[in-house]
Design a protein around this ligand. Structure first.
Ligand SMILES: Nc1ncnc2c1ncn2[C@@H]1O[C@H](COP(=O)(O)OP(=O)(O)OP(=O)(O)O)[C@@H](O)[C@H]1O
Length: 240
């Protein structure tokens, strides 16, 4: 469903992403981990068409993000690390504006999805307030609603739970699992390794732009002869 092959991105002379390849299947949450500056956001920006990669190929549900950007973009939702939001719109107006982009979906389905996302993320009461008045966590939640509104088959989540309170973080995790269980392929970045350990079906560890290792937690434990060792310990062993 998401296929990244030999992705390379240079910023001038800096190689931020170097020959990165991975696949995420429907129903799978893939934890994309790495230190600050490892290249996670750059990879996601290349996957979502925000950056033109130096080389390599990204296919989303079989559509090449560079050659078929419009159709590829209909097939994913994206929660950026630092989302841009329209301060002068209410949360509901913003979601209605996002809905209008998805002309391939029925208005009824989008409205029902909006209703249940606002409820699940406990944002109903604030839906008619201006986004300019939202707290950091509320902004994150409205961004999540916007990304999941059209029930996309591929979901990119760049540190989506940062700033969420415990109840909202739990609601967000449940939503990610629900979407995966319904067949979405989810790419998830976080620095909270305990969260990755609990939520992700497979893990990929990136360092200095290179994907060092990937697998299930059990596979990583096996590979590093570290039975019962936490993901945090394995991560530190690999990346330090
Ligand atoms: N616009 C840019 N111009 C030049 N270099 C950049 C730019 N954006 C990122 N970089 C560099 O590319 C590398 C990868 O950055 P990236 O933001 O992809 O890392 P990251 O893994 O998402 O980090 P973090 O966990 O801190 O968000 C870093 O060395 C960073 O300084």
């Amino acid at each position: 469903m998401l296929e990244v092959s030999n992705l390379v991105h240079h910023y001038g002379k800096k190689t931020a992403v170097n020959q990165v390849s991975f696949k995420i299947k429907p129903g799978e949450i893939y934890g994309f981990l790495g230190h600050n500056g490892a290249g996670k956001t750059t990879t996601i920006k290349a996957c979502t068409g925000l950056l033109q990669p130096t080389s390599g190929v990204v296919n989303i549900c079989g559509y090449n993000i560079v050659d078929q950007p419009l159709v590829a973009k209909q097939h994913f939702g994206y929660v950026p690390e630092n989302p841009y939001l329209y301060e002068k719109l209410t949360g509901r107006e913003f979601l209605n504006a996002v809905s209008a982009v998805y002309q391939t979906h029925s208005r009824k389905d989008l409205n029902s999805s909006m209703h249940s996302l606002l409820k699940d993320l406990q944002l109903n009461d604030a839906a008619d307030q201006l986004i300019g008045t939202y707290s950091h966590g509320m902004r994150r939640k409205i961004t999540l609603c916007a990304a999941l509104l059209h029930n996309p088959p591929v979901i990119f989540l760049d540190e989506p739970t940062t700033g969420l309170d415990a109840a909202s973080a739990k609601a967000a995790k449940d939503l990610f699992r629900k979407h995966a269980d319904q067949g979405a392929a989810v790419l998830f970045t976080t620095h909270v390794l305990e969260l990755a350990e609990k939520l992700c079906d497979r893990i990929g560890i990136l360092s200095a732009g290179e994907l060092l290792v990937e697998g299930t937690l059990a596979e990583l434990q096996d590979r590093y002869q570290a039975n019962d060792t936490s993901l945090e310990e394995i991560f530190l062993r690999i990346t330090v």
